[in-house]
Design a protein around this ligand. Structure first.
Ligand code: GDP
Length: 394
């Protein structure tokens, strides 16, 4: 699936930048164009892979390249005001060659949190291609303002995109790690999962392509209908000494019995990976029961993929989610030394983490209002003399 990616803010820019690197390394052909937008000049300069002319600094007249702090209302305002500059970069994208837009942002900050919903609304108005979001939720230790920003941005972002895929930093942070080192690892995880998912729709036809290979339209259909999505992933290392020759060696050396054993083993591996992916850590932890649609992608060397395994995995997912719309297929990666299962669960509704985020956000909002009120009173008390005997100058 070919995407035009737009990274808004620091996290958004870094993640899109990593996608570009992943794409070049794996030849997955998913990033047709990449744009980074920010109010902070230093963040744009820190990127490695996005071409310089595709890095857009907005809000210069208002914040002089220093960012918006964590003020997402200002982030949204600036995005609105400087949309022409963003559109200038988008104009150079051959939109007829992309299947969809993907807007990526951390929802807890200012620029991405405010700007991502604004750019999504704009893209949806102008183009017919679907506009998807990838929103990153802050860790719960980041504090009230980040939680409040994320809760408000999430609500708006979901409304403005065709589907919002969510990654929750809170579920992925490891204790005892530097924030930066932690993010690097988390960003790898994000790019790996979504790279395999979107790469599935980009396999060249012909050659070793199995009949059940996933197509872009299946990803699009799974995401259509809107709402919130989460992605599960599990992988297992396999030997791939034949370098992708589709088990030629085993066929030459092994008898029929061995082949049958192999088939059973391959099928079991696939079904076990499907369970692990669905029941393990999701990008946004939630109850999978009730997910409206799902897509199962099995990636790996073709000799380790089989129809029976995917069919069983698909059926199991149908039972677990209760959905009638569970798609599944292969993503043959001849050179891989792993078999991986990637599961996209779309239209998830039972997400305790979002409810918790909203609760904490409401408390933070009330606290902020109280503190503001108190601060006005305190200042008044400090500045004015008790009996109001002094007069101010003017
Ligand atoms: P902005 O530049 O104002 O949009 O704000 P940032 O992108 O710097 O931060 C917004 C939120 O994104 C933070 O609260 C973090 O939760 C998260 N974040 C920042 N950098 C990264 C990153 O590199 N990876 C991930 N996964 N999350 C990040």
């Amino acid at each position: 699936m070919k995407l035009a990616m737009i990274g808004f803010g620091q996290a958004g820019g870094k993640i899109v930048d990593k996608f570009v690197g992943y794409d070049a390394e794996h030849g997955s052909n998913i990033v047709r164009a990449a744009v980074a937008v920010n109010t902070a000049k230093a963040d744009l300069m820190g990127l490695d892979n996005i071409p310089e002319d595709q890095r857009v600094l907005i809000g210069q007249s208002r914040v002089k390249g220093h960012g918006v702090g964590a003020d997402n209302e200002l982030g949204a305002e600036i995005a609105e005001e400087d949309m022409d500059e963003v559109q200038g970069a988008i104009d150079s994208i051959p939109v007829h060659e992309v299947d969809a837009f993907l807007v990526v942002a951390g929802l807890g900050g200012g620029t991405g949190s405010g700007g991502a919903p604004v750019i999504s609304k704009h893209l949806k108005r102008i183009y017919t291609e679907p506009v998807y979001g990838l929103g990153i939720l802050p860790g719960s230790d980041e504090g009230g303002i980040y939680t409040l920003n994320a809760a408000r941005s999430f609500q708006t972002f979901v409304r403005e995109v065709d589907n919002l895929m969510v990654f929750d930093n809170d579920a992925w942070r490891k204790t005892g790690e530097s924030v930066q080192g932690g993010y690097d690892q988390i960003n790898e995880e994000i790019v790996q999962r979504f790279g395999l998912l979107f790469g599935a729709g980009e396999v060249e036809q012909g050659g070793e392509v199995a009949e059940s290979v996933v197509d872009s339209s299946e990803i699009i259909n799974t995401l259509s209908g809107g709402g919130v999505s989460t992605v599960g992933y599990a992988s297992e290392e396999v030997e791939n000494a034949s370098g992708g020759n589709g088990g030629l060696l085993s066929r030459l050396t092994g008898g029929e019995e061995e082949d049958e054993l192999d088939t059973a083993h391959t099928t079991n591996r696939i079904t076990s990976l499907v369970r692990k992916a669905a029941l393990g850590r999701l990008t946004l932890p939630c109850e999978i029961e009730g997910a409206e649609r799902a897509l199962l992608v099995m990636a790996g060397p073709p000799k380790y993929l089989n129809r029976k395994g995917i069919e069983r995995g698909r059926k199991w997912l149908e039972e677990q989610t209760g959905s009638m719309e569970v798609r599944g297929g292969d993503y043959p990666v001849p050179s891989a030394n792993f078999v991986a299962s990637v599961i996209l669960l779309s239209g998830v509704n039972n997400v305790p983490r979002i409810k918790e985020l909203q609760q904490v956000a409401i408390e933070a909002q009330e606290n902020i209002e109280d503190i503001q009120e108190e601060s006005e009173e305190n200042l008044d008390e400090l500045v004015n003399d008790d009996d109001d005997e002094l007069e101010s100058l003017f």
